[in-house]
Design a protein around this ligand. Structure first.
Ligand SMILES: NC(=O)c1ccc[n+]([C@@H]2O[C@H](COP(=O)([O-])OP(=O)(O)OC[C@H]3O[C@@H](n4cnc5c(N)ncnc54)[C@H](OP(=O)(O)O)[C@@H]3O)[C@@H](O)[C@H]2O)c1
Length: 253
């Protein structure tokens, strides 16, 4: 079914994990897709797999000059954006007492500052009736140990969503966030955890999920595709969890 026919979608961090699965899903539903990433080789490989309706543009979301160039390239290529999926992000987990300024800046610059300026700089290209989806996390609201920078970087997005949804409502632009629980993607491999810590993390997380498994990137992609479509035209300013029930947080279970 081509419910996204004639839609132009931009996905930041689209060469891997949730962004890549969403690119596949939006293409399947008829959209044309632009993906970004910070490594040309990974972007090229992804575009090859996604096919002729996908374009890749190198853009480090933490570098605002890259975002300016990205907006110009998308303008030349398509002239408009119907779905903006602000997904690029990094995960890094450490206790509060050992956090460094460099770690703080890296996470905030990518997850929050990058997301903020991607949204603000794409505003001129966003069509009336377009949809913006920010990729947040259940970590924004769950107080997980070792997420003292990652969690707030995502909580800031939840707040931004509400303000942006209010400011952009007159243009009928909808703004929502999606908050996944644990999803099987390469993000943990990139977090610099040693094998034992990684294994412990996966086991502990799985035990806490009522559905007793990690989700797949495709399960997140389907929610993003719905929010991006004209089936969701009365939905704005919200945060939607896709987490196997983690946010229920039962006292007994
Ligand atoms: N997986 C989970 O359990 C989970 C749960 C909740 C929220 N999230 C969020 O979901 C989003 C996607 O993560 P994922 O799990 O799909 O991980 P992923 O496979 O590592 O995907 C992240 C994507 O963002 C890109 N990226 C990172 N920093 C960037 C930068 N500075 N500029 C441009 N692109 C950049 C990555 O590029 P590289 O390939 O070069 O790294 C990759 O394409 C993130 O915002 C993450 O915080 C994930």
């Amino acid at each position: 079914m081509s419910i996204l026919q004639n839609k132009i979608a931009v996905i930041t961090g689209g060469n891997s994990g949730i962004g890549f699965a969403t690119a596949k899903e939006l293409l399947l539903k008829g959209a044309k897709v632009v993906i970004t990433g910070r490594r040309q080789s990974a972007i090229d490989e992804a575009v090859k797999e996604l096919g002729p309706n996908a374009t890749g543009i190198l853009a480090d979301t933490a570098d605002l000059s890259h975002t300016d160039a990205l907006v110009e390239k998308v303008k030349k290529l398509h002239g408009k954006v119907d779905i903006l999926f602000i997904n690029a992000g990094v995960g890094s987990f450490f206790p509060l007492d050992v956090a460094t300024e460099a770690q703080f800046d890296q996470i905030m610059n990518i997850n929050f500052k990058g997301a903020y300026f991607t949204l603000s700089k794409f505003l001129p290209l966003l069509k009336e009736g377009s949809s913006v989806i920010l990729l947040s996390s259940v970590s924004a609201t769950t107080g997980m140990a070792n997420s003292s920078v990652y969690g707030p970087s995502k909580a800031a997005l939840n707040s931004l969503v509400k303000v942006a949804a209010t400011e952009l409502a007159p243009r009928k632009i909808r703004v929502n966030s999606v908050s996944p629980g644990p999803i099987e993607t390469p993000i943990l491999d990139k977090a610099g955890l040693d094998d034992a810590t990684r294994e412990g993390f996966v086991t502990a997380f799985t035990a806490r999920v009522p559905l007793k498994r990690f989700g797949t990137a495709n399960e997140v992609a389907k929610l993003v595709a719905f929010l991006g479509s004209d089936d969701a035209t009365f939905i704005t300013g919200g945060d939607y969890v896709v987490d196997g029930g983690v946010a229920i947080n039962p006292i007994l279970g």
